[in-house]
Design a protein around this ligand. Sequence first.
Ligand code: C2E
Ligand code: CA
Ligand code: CA
Ligand code: CA
Length: 288
Amino acid sequence: KNANRAMQDAKLRQGNSYDYYHHKMSVAIERELALEAEFRSALRHGQLRLFYQPRVCIATGQVIGYESLIRWQHPTRGLLMPDEFIPSAERSGMIVPMGYWVVEQACRDLARLQELGYDELICAVNLSFRQFYDKKLSETVFRIIYNANINTGNLEFELTESAMMYDQEYTQKCLKQLTQLGVSFSLDDFGTGYSSFANIQQLPVSTIKIDKSFIENVTTSADDEVIVRAIISLAHNLQINVVAEGVETEAQLAFLKRHHCDEAQGFLYSRAVDFDTFLTYLCAAKAA
Ligand code: C2E
Ligand code: CA
Ligand code: CA
Ligand code: CA
């Protein structure tokens, strides 16, 4: 009799845990769908913003470019950071139209800067590997930047190694087409992926950006110090420009300068800010 009851209990628990799991899953799916719909409307209603963070030449201290970073000015939740909506946009495919908006906005702002005489600045734009799923990527980007009133030689796209992993042949074709417009490419988050230097030689990449996780401990961890020095020296042997991201302290900057890293980006100089604030930053930097 006891054994019977124990079996019934177990069945009930199983049933309950199934219901519980099923419930949690449908809540997660609903939340994801709601976020997707909300993001779709954000794109339509102009709630996305492009912020800019300077990239500085370590040897001269001059601002030589900037990275474009997306934000979502949410009507009730405030300014949302990319990690709050990019993963979902990648899963839903909304990253594709979002990515085109980013390129368009970056070109509009770059045109304004070039008109104001800042015509040497490199404007870097992030491309997600998921944007390469769109078979019209190079065609569409080509059309956007061809129609923008900019010098395309000042445009740089930041890729991660996952873009190379997805479909090497297609990626290479896309990059080659865009290179013909004069744009350049950099490899982002360098050191976090696989076979990094093997990828570099097969692609038209002129810059690598050392991931901020290595820079964070570069003055305190012997391992990270060795890695960063090795990346810089290998890149230089291949005539590749090196940017350190996530530079927050003078000590990190001094280390990078000692080891001939080309450029630095990080809170030490500025966070990513809106266009007007960035313009003020550029003015002050020029006067200094
Ligand atoms: P990422 O491309 O590696 O961008 C650098 C991130 O590091 C940015 O975070 C930037 O604000 C942050 N950062 C810069 N300096 C420092 C520093 O000194 N310390 C620390 N702790 N962080 C620093 P953000 O803006 O939150 O962007 C996160 C990621 O979202 C980006 O990483 C990129 O993968 C993605 N993302 C941002 N904008 C876009 C976009 O327009 N398109 C695509 N596809 N992805 C984007
Ligand atoms: Ca980036
Ligand atoms: Ca990065
Ligand atoms: Ca990253």
